[in-house]
Design a protein around this ligand. Sequence first.
Ligand SMILES: Nc1ncnc2c1ncn2[C@@H]1O[C@H](COP(=O)(O)OP(=O)(O)OP(=O)(O)O)[C@@H](O)[C@H]1O
Ligand SMILES: [Mg+2]
Length: 226
Amino acid sequence: MEKALEDIRALQDALKQRLDDDQAVLQQLAKRLWAQQESEKAKLSRELHDGIGQLLTGLTRRLQALSKESPELETLHGISEMALHDVRQLSRLMSPTILDDLGLKPALNWLCRNLLEDEPINYTSDITLPSEIPKEISILIFRIAQETLVNTIKHSEASTIVITLGFHHNIVRLDIVDDGKGFDSKTIEPGIGLSSIKDRASAFSANLEIVSAPGKGTRTTLTVPI
Ligand SMILES: Nc1ncnc2c1ncn2[C@@H]1O[C@H](COP(=O)(O)OP(=O)(O)OP(=O)(O)O)[C@@H](O)[C@H]1O
Ligand SMILES: [Mg+2]
């Protein structure tokens, strides 16, 4: 009897170990997939910048020189400038090289400015971070902040957003809170954005919590062990 119980326990342990191993392999695979997606985005971003971006720069310059000649040419110059601005913004958001160049804090401030400056939303941000954060974690935090802010702009009708990022006991914590119309997760039309940031967080053993209710705003909290 004793021996049979011992055997069962040993079998249980072996199975648990196998599950843990499989889980670790899957997590590595998910991380590699995200890294690959980032490098594809970086490639596309360069193509956009060096291709259409350069053509539009040339076009805008020429139209600027001609713009005094007629109101139509001035209008065309304005349109061309807007197109150039959009292509630049798209290319930068696709591959935020500012993350590599200056680090997470300036990159997040840049993201807020870029996404929110033309919106009727007040925002405050309080970002305190240790100097060194692994690059893959910086990218994770940046992408989750990006999707959350874009969602707030697109769906929330919020008047304020508060963004806080802090570091305690080896855990980085990002909170993004809006005072908008909120949503009921059971009745929303599911998109790709939320499920993709959830998958992404779990690939890095991070915890992502999105708390929302109709009329009560939305709070997104990400905690990542470092
Ligand atoms: N901050 C928010 N305030 C109100 N509703 C929100 C907010 N964030 C998300 N939602 C709701 O959750 C839904 C799903 O969001 P999700 O990001 O997955 O998809 P999406 O933004 O519609 O499309 P995409 O795939 O481009 O991200 C949204 O359509 C919206 O109804
Ligand atoms: Mg979305």
